[in-house]
Design a protein around this ligand. Structure first.
Ligand code: PGA
Length: 223
């Protein structure tokens, strides 16, 4: 599906996610692209957006999502740096959020947005709350998310407290969404997201309002 979108237009726009879940997808994209010259060249026309970034981590920090994207995707493909967009969580964060929104407005939102899901039902870093923000914004990370991501750091204390994330409205503006959720630990979040009412307490449930969502999961989470 990602490669279909990549090859379908003169300026394909892809929305990328980070975390453990999409790593296999990125490996396959790199492999398939290197096996086909035409496919490889298509990456030169792509515009890439990322969902989120931690506040307080320099782009060279191994746990920053800037670093993750370089390491796991971009350095293996012919993508010009000017076509790579990842929220900037350094300096004047509010202004950066506005700039990210302005950029999305100018290019259009992704043709295809890749998503993971948090065990608490978050998508991007849109955490369960009384209200959800529509567009790119600064957010506090919940203890559940910081604990879940502590495995990438020496301790939970090192996991940043804040992040910048595209909003729920941004995600719903993608032409299509591909949600990846594997393993027992994602079962409850998936069940809550897709078998009940829409609730800000389970941000992924808003995907029920989108007309073109594909979920890839495994038997463990079929519920
Ligand atoms: P994971 O994170 O892929 O590392 O499980 C998913 C998420 O938090 O959205």
């Amino acid at each position: 599906m990602v490669l279909d979108v990549l090859t379908a237009s003169q300026q394909p726009i892809l929305g990328f996610a980070t975390g453990s879940t999409p790593l296999g997808l990125y490996r396959v994209l790199i492999e398939k692209s290197h096996a086909d010259e035409h496919l490889l060249a298509c990456w030169k026309r792509m515009i890439g957006y990322n969902l989120d970034e931690y506040v307080g981590l320099h782009p060279n920090h191994p746990q920053s999502y800037h670093y993750y994207m370089q390491e796991n995707l971009y350095r293996h493909l012919p993508v010009a740096p000017a076509r790579i967009h990842i929220p900037s969580a350094e300096g004047a964060v509010e202004e950066n959020c506005h700039a990210y929104h302005a950029l999305l407005t100018e290019t259009g939102w992704p043709d295809l947005q890749i998503l993971g899901i948090g065990t608490n039902g978050h998508i991007g870093f849109n955490e369960p709350d009384d209200e959800l923000q529509i567009y790119t914004h600064l957010t506090a990370l919940t203890p559940v998310t910081r604990q879940a991501n502590a495995r990438f750091f020496d301790s939970v204390d090192e996991v940043p407290q804040h992040a910048v994330t595209m909003g729920i409205g941004d995600i719903l503006k993608a032409k299509q969404v591909v949600l990846l959720a594997y393993g027992e630990q994602k079962r409850e979040a998936l069940r809550q997201a897709f078998s009940g009412a829409v609730s800000t307490r389970c941000p992924a449930s808003f995907l029920q309002l989108h007309a073109h969502v594909t979920i890839f999961t495994d038997q463990d989470v079929r519920g």
